[in-house]
Design a protein around this ligand. Structure first.
Ligand code: TXA
Ligand code: MG
Length: 319
């Protein structure tokens, strides 16, 4: 199969309606899309990405009024957050209705709903008239794609079409939020920050960690978003900038804002990965606002920490 980059949303919508999968641009990252109500089509997503079957997908819809078709017990906070941030990069985890096939939610009783703002994705949604399931369009565990060319590098020969929407304007995934017994949990940090959600709802948010044994959002797996080349944190990035040798440096602190750092995060990791360095070093950005989402991706992409002692380097690998 030869994968084609296309510009016509009609072709993409036609593929979805035929039960095929197609890569689509969103404002965050590219997604690998299928009709969410067609279990055979959704199965192709898991198979193509080699995604484990316990990892549920996000269902994309056109409008907040669609939420009632697919979810129940929608709390007022959802509408408050959506008023400000949807369409856009927030995903709401809600108790699902039976119309959503089990394969979409990996058998759990909640569904993740998001209203994307990207005009091409929205056009495909309108033309299809069905909800669209779409994870990021990378092979499982790898770096999320933010251009059509990135998708091609990930999925060449595995899908027929990639709808080209240019570079994703946000570059980092949506924030995944769940609502349980009056509490709000951030399951995955994303473009909309914890501070944003707390400001709107007037409530403190919690985080569900794997250790708590609660729903784990597999975006919370320890290793994810990873380059093939090992990535290590360092406290001394200047040392590596000046060190001779085949070592890559991804320094996000050079960007003028956290937004810019987030926008360039996956692109910079991918660029460094393609250079086939022995290893890549990086450092965390400020751990506040959007910095949390950036640091979360870096932590999951990393293999551990590199230390310098008496001029020689040693590696502390992540367990
Ligand atoms: O920005 C985005 O969210 C992109 C674009 C394409 O929309 N999509 C995306 O999908 O990042 P994916 O599959 O790469 O990540 C979805 C995250 C995973 O961490 C998954 O575990 C979580 O959402 N998730 C999906 N359904 C869930 C559910 N019912 N309960 C808890 N977490 C869920
Ligand atoms: Mg992903």
């Amino acid at each position: 199969m030869k994968t084609k980059i296309i510009n016509n949303p009609d072709t993409a919508a036609g593929e979805v309606l035929k039960g095929n999968i197609v890569a689509l641009p969103t404002e965050t990252v590219y997604g690998l899309a299928a009709d969410a109500l067609n279990p055979e089509a959704v199965l192709k997503i898991y198979e193509t990405k080699k995604r484990p079957d316990f990892n549920p997908l996000i269902v994309h819809v056109g409008d907040i009024s669609d939420f009632e078709k697919y979810a129940v017990n929608i709390p007022a906070e959802v509408y408050a957050i959506a008023e400000k941030f949807s369409p856009g990069p927030v995903t709401y985890v809600l108790p699902k209705k039976d119309v959503i096939p089990d394969i979409v939610t990996a058998g759990i009783d909640t569904v993740a709903l998001r209203i994307p703002s990207h005009p091409l994705f929205r056009e495909v949604l309108r033309k299809c008239g069905c909800p669209i399931a779409a994870p990021s369009a990378n092979m499982f565990g790898r770096i999320s794609p933010t251009t059509a060319e990135d998708v091609l590098k990930e999925l060449s020969g595995k899908i027929d079409f990639i709808l080209d929407g240019g570079r994703c304007p946000i570059g980092i995934e949506s924030t995944v939020v769940s609502f349980e017994e009056g509490n709000i949990f951030i399951l995955r940090h994303g473009y909309v920050t914890k501070e944003d959600i707390e400001k709107i709802t007037g409530r403190e948010t919690g985080e569900i960690t794997d250790a708590a044994g609660k729903i784990s959002s597999p975006g919370m797996l320890k290793s994810h978003y990873a380059p093939v080349t090992p990535l290590y944190f360092t406290d001394n990035i200047e040392y590596f900038k000046n060190k001779a040798g085949n070592i890559g440096v991804v320094d996000l602190s050079l960007y003028r804002s956290l937004k810019e750092a987030a926008l360039n995060l996956f692109a910079d990791l991918r660029k460094a990965d393609e250079k086939k360095y022995e290893y890549i070093v990086t450092k965390r950005v400020d751990n506040k606002d959007l910095g949390r989402a950036v640091n979360d991706r870096l932590a999951k992409a990393s293999s551990g920490t590199v230390m310098i002692e008496n001029g020689s380097v040693s590696f502390l690998n992540k367990k």
